[in-house]
Design a binder for this molecule. Sequence first.
Ligand SMILES: C[S@@+](CC[C@H](N)C(=O)[O-])C[C@H]1O[C@@H](n2cnc3c(N)ncnc32)[C@H](O)[C@@H]1O
Length: 396
Amino acid sequence: MTGGRLTAERAVVVSAKGAARWQAGHPWIYRTDIYDEPRDAAGIVTVADRRGRRHGQALYSPKSEIRLRLLTRGGEPIDAAWWEGRIRTAAALRSGIDATAYRVVHAEGDGLPSLVVDRYGPYVVAQLLSAGLERVRDDVVAGIRAALEPDGVLLRNDAAIRRHEGLPLEVVLAHGVVPDTVEVAEHGVRYLAAPRTGQKTGAFLDQRENRVLVAGATRPGGGGRALDAFAYHGSFALHLARRVAEVVAVDSSAEALERGRANAALNGVGNITFREANAFDLLRELERREETFDAVVLDPPAFAKTKQSVPKALGGYKEINLRAMRLLAPGGILFTCSCSYHVHREQFAAMLAAAAEDSGRRLQLLTWTGAGRDHPELLNVPETGYLKGALLRAAD
Ligand SMILES: C[S@@+](CC[C@H](N)C(=O)[O-])C[C@H]1O[C@@H](n2cnc3c(N)ncnc32)[C@H](O)[C@@H]1O
């Protein structure tokens, strides 16, 4: 594996349009804005325009539509110490988070394109999502180790997006040890994350603040019941179980539910029923049986993986939201979200309005939310903001 030192030798020449994109704060330059490129190997390159003006250094991916991802406008060496400094800066921005698992580097959102670094207590789970970054893997891992001093670094490089880069999907232990499950403390709740086999890097860290928000929105007094649909290992359910008498947690993944049961036991909580089911079917069944809930959470997977699939996805979102609205007890709350980047907030809001009309219920919009503050969204880079959520209350 080669470090950043081969960098400054190799140059890529870009169009004025490509360079302008960087000036506007977006770190990507596409294949169509490249005039001249080495084509030989991925890595770090110097970027110049056709007049020979240097614009900085970038990660270069010769097989990807996204050819360049800006790292720095300067010409400094990009070595392990450079990565360490950047990761330290990102980590410092997370101080005060009341959880032992959170995102330390949110890729483009933290100015480190295609790099995800999640902390799970003493362990780190990272994702290297571009060919350019993969090429400097050793320096990146050395930077992570120096900045965060973890007991182990696991690379969850099995994200499908790596295929666009011509990279293999793999899970690699890059340093030390990382166990199959790691206990996480999150705002007074404990749960087991599964760094090696779980979804994403082992847990849905982006919803941490929303879990606290939703539990806090339930009526105090310990009564009532809640439905956590698309529950994964019960992350929302665990927070809700402390506030209501009974929680039903539904997911289609038996593996996630098994961990959910272990999580309930870990918290000494006996009021969560875990059900393996298709949430679409269960919502229909609950509606038919005229069951009601004081709190409903809808946190489905991304229904729209592409721009073309947005209309169909909106149909799916409307179906589950309409049913969830009908399940609400008077004064009940609904937390509903979409993690589809391609479904924009305006479309999501319009879908919710249409569902509210069809449901025959009056829904107050209490607040809009996004991902937690450890997943910073960059206004110049819309791709960094994918999660949108609405907290609603039945006002009839
Ligand atoms: C975004 S995740 C939920 C994350 C969870 N709320 C949390 O905070 O940890 C979506 C979940 O939906 C589940 N899922 C996908 N399709 C489903 C379906 N049709 N019915 C039930 N669960 C489904 C997946 O297994 C996954 O656990």
